[in-house]
Write a protein that binds this ligand. Sequence first.
Ligand code: AMP
Length: 114
Amino acid sequence: MAAKTIFQRIVDREIPATIEHEDDLCIVFRDIEPQAPVHLLLVPKQPIPRVAAATAKETQVLGHLLVVAGEVAAKLGLGQGFRLVINNGPHACESVPHLHVHLLAGRQMTWPPG
Ligand code: AMP
C-alpha cells in the first residue's frame, strides 16, 4: 500500500492541524505556511492524488469542495473575496500528492499569478 500523504495523516488525526471545517467528504484546515492572512486547504478525505488523476467517480466530492469553500468563506466573513487555487504537477509547484484546494483571502490579490 502507498505511504499515507501528510494530508491523509491530518485526516486520520495522526498529526495536528487547525481545523476550520469537517464533514463526511472533506476536511478544511489552516496552511502551515500561509501565503495570505487567511490560507486554508480543502482536502477530500478520499486520497485523490491530483486533478489529472480524478475520474467521473469523484465528481461529487470535487463539487463539494467548491460548495464548502463558499460556506467556509462566509463563516469567516470573507465578503471582500477569496481566491481558490489547485496546483497540479511540477509546473504548478504541486508538493503534496493529495488533491487540495487552497483558499487564500484577507489581502488584495494580483493577476496574473506567479
Ligand atoms: P501544494 O504546493 O499545492 O501541493 O500545497 C501544499 C501545501 O501544504 C503548502 O501550502 C504547504 O504549506 C502545506 N502544508 C504542508 N504540510 C502541512 C501541514 N502539516 N499542515 C498544514 N499545511 C501543510
